[in-house]
Design a protein around this ligand. Structure first.
Ligand SMILES: *Cc1c(COP(=O)(O)O)cnc(C)c1O
Length: 405
């Protein structure tokens, strides 16, 4: 039985790649008294939040906030821009891309799901789940679509199931090279505010994100950043929508309000998060995550284990997937680590089930919490009899002390 009062002593190590550990400042902001969402203070808060989010998404255009998990914002992006039976091109990069594709099917769209072919010889895992979006395959498919039946290209920027990011600017260039008018819809639910992201510069039409990853909030709110082209598509898109409809939200947001009750206290938390992130500066935030990721990878290398991401140019700054040796069930390892050390690690999802675990290095972390996390992993691996090449903890300590922040 779950008994939250019998929590082990000390802080729980929530090192999954979302929800991420929430800073105390943000937890305190959440506990402020709820106010009238039609009152004057609320409008001022709403306007400030939207302006702050525009800085984070790097856009001059509207950003809609939903009282929903990231999945809701996926649905919002599709139903606001597309019509029943529309062809959409989606790219299999991992489990989140797969789930979004299933959603498109359920909504009555016709997704075509393309993937980088082949199986990686060293691990037996699909190449598509170890590498980024194959922009050349997208370009070839769009060139072949001479009638422009494909209405949108939908991709995941930071694939949280694998720890591989994709080069969205390169994908944009591929779409432009094909001379294709499809909309570009990008999920950066786990990338935003941890990995470099540029909605306007990269010509993205809808960017989808969520609260519980890089923004360091609890789960519960999510976002659609829009482009003028997305807003134009919205006017003729015929998929049914009401709760998700951009038109009312964007119109009311101009004065800082929402058509229905927003998540007031999560918006206080968002205000605090934006103060923290913009106060630090986004470039510094990205550098901090890259450094953490490099320290964690130094540990994985020292153990002699493989990182799930096979392309060093695309290592995620948010999480690292660790491939477990054949014969070791990664979920059994995770269970031991949770029971013995009160440390939560991400499970292997979909095609990676049992084959890998994921270490989140985002949210309210620092060098020492990450070293402790790696110590939990290392003890767990030893308890499962894995012959490690060396100490990952020592390697991470060396990395962090040699590379100052
Ligand atoms: C977390 C996540 C989702 C799902 O978001 P929910 O808040 O769980 O609905 C979708 N895509 C990516 C890339 C994610 O990391």
């Amino acid at each position: 039985m779950l008994n939250l009062n019998q929590h082990p002593s000390g802080r729980h190590f929530l090192q999954i790649p979302g929800p991420s550990p929430v800073p105390d400042r943000i937890l305190r902001a959440l506990s402020l008294p709820t106010i009238d969402h039609r009152g004057p203070e609320f409008g001022a808060l709403g306007l400030k939040l939207i302006a702050g989010l525009q800085q984070v998404f790097k856009t001059r255009h509207p950003v809609a906030i939903y009282p929903a998990s990231g999945t809701g914002a996926w649905e919002a992006a599709l139903v606001n821009t597309l019509s029943p039976g529309d062809a959409v091109l989606m790219v299999e990069t991992g489990q989140f891309a797969t789930l979004w594709q299933k959603m498109a099917l359920r909504l009555g769209l016709e997704p075509e799901f393309i993937a980088r072919p082949g199986i990686d010889a060293a691990t037996g895992l699909p190449n598509a789940w170890r590498q980024g979006i194959p922009a050349e395959l997208v370009e070839a498919r769009l060139r072949a679509d001479t009638g422009h039946a494909i209405r949108a290209v939908c991709v995941v920027h930071n694939e949280t199931s694998t720890g591989v990011t994709s080069d969205i600017a390169a994908l944009r260039r591929a779409i432009d090279a094909a001379g294709h008018p499809a909309l570009l819809l990008v999920d950066t639910i786990s990338g935003l505010a941890s990995a470099d992201y540029r909605h306007d510069e990269w010509g993205v039409d809808v960017t989808i994100s969520g609260s519980q990853k890089g923004l360091m909030l609890p789960p519960g709110i999510s976002f659609n950043a829009l482009s003028p082209k997305a807003l134009a598509a919205n006017a003729s898109a015929r998929l049914p929508r009401s709760f998700w409809a951009w038109d009312e939200i964007v119109a009311m947001n101009r004065s800082g309000y929402w058509p229905y009750t927003p998540s007031t206290n999560l918006l206080y938390a968002l205000h605090e998060s934006l103060e923290m992130l913009l106060g630090e500066g986004l470039e510094a935030v990205f550098a901090r995550h890259r450094r953490w990721a490099a320290g964690v990878r130094a540990a994985v290398d020292a153990w002699g284990l493989a990182v799930q991401c096979a392309d060093p140019a695309l290592y995620s700054p948010v999480l690292t997937g660790v491939v477990t040796p054949l014969g070791l069930d990664a979920d059994a390892l995770r269970q031991t680590i949770h029971q013995r050390f009160d440390l939560s690690l991400g499970t292997g999802l979909g095609k990676l089930k049992g084959r890998m675990f994921r270490i989140g290095h985002l949210g309210d972390s620092n060098d020492l919490t990450l070293i402790a996390t790696l110590a939990g992993c290392e003890m767990g691996l030893q308890l499962h009899g894995v012959g490690l090449a060396g100490s990952g903890v020592a390697a991470a300590m060396a990395y962090f002390s040699e590379h100052s922040a």
